[in-house]
Design a binder for this molecule. Structure first.
Ligand SMILES: Cc1cc2nc3c(=O)[nH]c(=O)nc-3n(C[C@H](O)[C@H](O)[C@H](O)COP(=O)(O)OP(=O)(O)OC[C@H]3O[C@@H](n4cnc5c(N)ncnc54)[C@H](O)[C@@H]3O)c2cc1C
Length: 237
């Protein structure tokens, strides 16, 4: 059942929705779909890397995604969807086809990239590949160092390569054992880039754990923190 928050979001959002059409869907990996979309409504917009859009899923509420690029002049944009299961957003992403029409709210600020400085160390997972791509577009690849926890190492590497994103990919393990290595990679990246901002995204529980480890190593620094999903919670925003 849709929550009060999602019903309220739908009611308010309906006044401001932008209507778009899917232009192209490209499978970068079995669970990663790059979706190009467009529409007149995208022309009257201001977008910055790190911004989010909220997709309206009728009867389900809103689900949030990060445009990898946005061309207001041509009225086209793109999101990368992690099809992680059978939940509403994942199912929507799985079934999207060219020509489908849908509605979104935004773009709106999520991670404020201006003000972060020239370079960034990014932590996240498959849901963060989109923001990584957007950051690379805004700051150049060599200024964006990434550490991702992922379920499918080979597929993730291939997808990231096709997005032009470089960094460490760490295979998920039981009881979050892999976050030890992820934290190590982050400590190294932060030491190698003393002026880089630290941007943390992805699963809330991983962010919390890794932040604790970085703090213990006195490596924690400023930047931005935004949980993209949390175990057991739906439609986190
Ligand atoms: C600012 C922001 C930007 C985001 N950008 C992107 C993006 O660019 N691409 C993208 O794919 N996602 C992105 N997300 C994450 C996405 O909104 C969530 O994963 C969302 O929960 C997906 O909706 P759903 O209907 O599939 O799952 P929900 O109905 O919300 O959740 C159902 C269950 O699935 C679990 N779950 C949710 N996401 C995942 C996951 N990735 N892996 C495993 N389990 C999960 C939840 O904990 C819950 O138990 C972003 C989120 C935020 C807040």
């Amino acid at each position: 059942m849709a929550s009060k928050k999602s019903v309220f979001g739908e009611l308010v959002g309906r006044l401001f929705f932008r209507e778009v059409t899917t232009l192209e869907v490209r499978d970068l990996a079995p669970s990663l779909r790059l979706v190009g979309f467009g529409g007149e409504s995208l022309r009257r917009t201001t977008w910055e890397a790190g911004d989010k859009v909220q997709v309206y899923l009728p009867g389900q509420g809103m689900r949030t995604y990060t445009p990898t690029r946005w061309d207001a002049e041509r009225g086209v944009a793109e999101v990368l969807i992690h099809v992680h299961g059978t939940s509403p957003g994942a199912e929507w992403g799985r079934q999207l086809r060219a020509g489908d029409r849908w509605q979104l709210f935004g773009p709106r600020r999520s991670i404020r990239v201006t003000g972060l400085g020239e370079s960034v160390v990014l932590f996240g997972d498959e849901t963060s590949f989109g923001v990584a791509r957007a950051l690379v577009g805004a700051k150049r690849a060599e200024n964006v160092r990434c550490v991702f926890e992922v379920s499918d190492l080979a597929a993730s590497k291939e997808a990231l390569a096709s997005l032009g994103v470089t960094g460490a990919t760490i295979q998920r393990q039981a009881a979050d054992a892999h976050l030890e290595e992820a934290s190590e990679r982050l400590v190294e990246a932060l030491a190698a880039h003393p002026s880089a901002a630290l941007v943390m995204t992805g699963r809330a529980q991983s962010i919390q754990l890794v932040r604790g480890r970085l703090k213990a190593r006195q490596a924690l620094r400023g930047g931005a923190v935004k949980a993209y999903w949390s175990l057991g919670k739906t439609g986190l925003d």
